[in-house]
Structure formats: C-alpha cells, structure tokens
Design a binder for this molecule. Structure first.
Ligand SMILES: Cc1cc2nc3c(=O)[nH]c(=O)nc-3n(C[C@H](O)[C@H](O)[C@H](O)COP(=O)(O)O)c2cc1C
Length: 186
C-alpha cells in the first residue's frame, strides 16, 4: 500500500510559518512521499460558474484540488488561527474541494463523505487563544470538514498560545507528532 501525504498549508508567513513547519515535520515523520500544497497566495472563490457547473477558473482549480486530494492516502491540513477561524485561502480550498457527488453525497439519512480510506491530520497554531477552548473555531472546524468528506477521526497537533511560551508549545506539538508517528507505524 502506498503511503503518500498531501500537506495543505495556508499561513501568510511562508517558510517561517510554524504551522507549515510542524505539518512538514509530521509528514516526514510519518514517512512516504509528500506533496506540499501551499494555498496562502489565495484561491478562486466560489462563483456563479462553479455553482452552475460551468467551466471557469474556480471549477478548473476545484477539479485539480479534488484530483490531488484523491491521489493521496493521508491529508494534513495546517492552519494558523486567524481571527478564531481559518485563513480565508484555506476556506476557499475547503469550498472548492467539498463538492456534492464528488467528495460527498446527500443520502436520506444525511450527507455522506466519499473520500473514505484516508487518514486525516490537523495542525493548528495560535498566538494567545487556547486550543480546544470556547473560541477555538479552527480545530473543531477542520476536524469536522475532514469527517464530512469521509476522513473521520482526524488526529490533531496543536502549538497554541505561541506568544506565551513558544518553546513549551513547540515541545508539546513535537511530542504529539512522535506519538502519532509511532501509532501510525504500529
Ligand atoms: C490575521 C491574523 C489573525 C490572527 N488571529 C488570531 C486569533 O484569533 N487568535 C490567536 O490566538 N492568534 C491569532 N493570530 C496569531 C497566529 O495564529 C499565530 O501567530 C500563529 O502562531 C501563526 O502561525 P504560523 O507561524 O503558521 O503563521 C493571528 C495572526 C494573524 C496574522
């Protein structure tokens, strides 16, 4: 079985981004080929062509992103918390890959994700907001989006409250990465 990983990053900090560094460390620790999809430069937003199923920039990019996602066994979504949610470019990625009939479908008992058989991970960094607290809309949102697409039970790596004690936050995140990699190998 192949064990390729797609890493989706969204921080405007580029190569200095902590969420990107941690996501790449996680991918490397898990092993196998890694594809980096950095969306920080922005993606087309959902528009009338996309809604109408017509060819256009957003539909073309959507098809490319869905094909890329399908082609990997693991997906890591990496996000800095931006105003309690995800960077706008990552929201665009989600809007472009969540397509009825392709990555999920409606059933009589509710929506069903179609991207089954993949493993999901979420990497989140924050400045001062505690992860998993009442106003962390980033982590549960990303975990839910993956589950909605059929990638349930995503594991989470957090380096939160970086302005308080960056070294402690990074040490915690790296400990989680080691634990996840040892579980994946077992
Ligand atoms: C536009 C913007 C909005 C932010 N909003 C929040 C926020 O709501 N809560 C928080 O704790 N940190 C916030 N931060 C800080 C980042 O989440 C934090 O610096 C994070 O470590 C950056 O990760 P990165 O190195 O991957 O870019 C914000 C940063 C930016 C640039």
């Amino acid at each position: 079985m192949s064990n390729s990983t797609l890493v989706v990053t969204a921080s405007a900090a580029g190569a200095q981004s902590v969420s990107r560094k941690l996501a790449l460390e996680l991918a490397e620790t898990l092993g196998g080929p890694v594809t980096l999809r950095d969306v920080s430069g922005g993606l087309p937003v959902v528009d009338a062509d996309f809604l109408g199923g017509r060819e256009g920039a957003s539909t073309k990019v959507s098809e490319e992103l869905i094909a890329e996602l399908r082609a990997h066994d693991r997906v890591i979504l990496a996000a800095p918390m931006y105003n309690f949610g995800v960077p706008a470019a990552l929201k665009s990625w989600i809007d472009l890959v969540a397509r009825a009939g392709q990555t999920f479908r409606y059933t009589e008992t509710g929506p069903e994700g179609l991207l089954t058989g993949k493993t999901g991970y979420v990497v989140v960094t924050t400045g001062g907001t505690p992860a998993a607290g009442a106003v962390d809309f980033t982590t549960p949102y990303l975990v839910h989006v993956l589950a909605f697409l059929g990638i349930s039970g995503a594991q989470v790596v957090t380096a939160d409250r970086m302005v308080v004690d960056a070294n402690a936050s990074l040490a915690t995140a790296r400990g989680t990465i080691r634990t996840l990699a040892s579980h994946a190998a077992a």
